[in-house]
Design a protein around this ligand. Sequence first.
Ligand SMILES: Nc1ncnc2c1ncn2[C@@H]1O[C@H](COP(=O)(O)OP(=O)(O)O)[C@@H](O)[C@H]1O
Ligand SMILES: [Mg+2]
Length: 224
Amino acid sequence: MRHGNPIISLHNVMLHYGDGTPVFKNVSLSLHENSFHFLTGPSGSGKTSLMRLLYMGTRPSSGTLKIFDRDVSEISCDELYQFRQKIGVVFQDYNLLNHLNVIENVALPLKVKGESEKNREQQAKEILDWVGLGNCFNAYPDALSGGQKQRVAIARAVICRPKILLADEPTGNVDVQIADKLMNLFYGMHKIGTCVIVATHYRQFVDTFHYDELRIESHNVVAH
Ligand SMILES: Nc1ncnc2c1ncn2[C@@H]1O[C@H](COP(=O)(O)OP(=O)(O)O)[C@@H](O)[C@H]1O
Ligand SMILES: [Mg+2]
């Protein structure tokens, strides 16, 4: 199903690390604004690597990747910085800053945008309440459980209402009730126009929610 303009497109993309065998070969696909995709595939198949390509943490070894209609190989460092502000990322290993408390971690994208401290704090508290972390505003990441860190990472990724939301195994460490709530949050983002990509090996979500599925098979990404 098509949903508006392509916001991400890959043409014959190949990726390998060092001299190793390719993680991907010949990947061609277009993802659209306001679409919702699950990215599936067994452990080691390349889900995190594809996410890394999409947030421009690495570039294709060959082929063309366009994001916001721009070839990423032609984007300058300044532009990259601006592009990244439109992409929310929930990293598989959270990537929280240990010297900042929960509110400061979540509010960081707003600080980068130049929002006032009062606004930042208010918005961070709202989203943290929503993800069930209203009682740990001032905690530091080291004091949080894996599931709590995961929700801080999600709150930080969505706070700026990004155009693209990449969530890498975002519900791996929370119980089913919270996982459902987080899925609803992602669904809400999709409804306001965000292109959402959720990497998961949790089959139950894919079967329950019936969104488009991108499955990594034999070093390629196949739409199902
Ligand atoms: N930074 C890296 N350097 C070298 N090899 C990597 C790196 N990241 C991932 N790989 C390799 O790429 C393949 C895909 O890994 P990954 O993208 O993490 O898969 P998944 O997220 O599906 O488990 C694996 O063989 C993995 O060992
Ligand atoms: Mg992974």
